[in-house]
Write a protein of this length. Sequence first.
Length: 122
Amino acid sequence: MPMLDVHIPDGALRPEAEAAQRPVGDEGQLDADKHAGVIADVTEAILDAEDGAWPRDAARIWVFPTEIPEGHWGGYGQIRPLATILARLTDDDHDRARTLATERITASRTERHSLPGPTAQL
């Protein structure tokens, strides 16, 4: 499950509705459809939290999901690669978990590198 950390400008929400979460996940956990779902869900949560203080307009909300690169995610005082996390979902079938992790990370990197980069226009 992604950790969420939302940065909200001062005064944008009533104090009781403020949150401090940002969509973050370890590399390979979210494919394009899941990224889109996180963005949609976070947008709706922010609009709901405003409780009608402003017109309900999703165009005002920007969400930037962040992936933590493989080998840079940890828990229990240790690096926790994606295969270790996935082992819990495969009934500790470590070979299957490593295969799934490799597939997911490869897909994530392929998708990221296929995105159009910024173009310099002068």
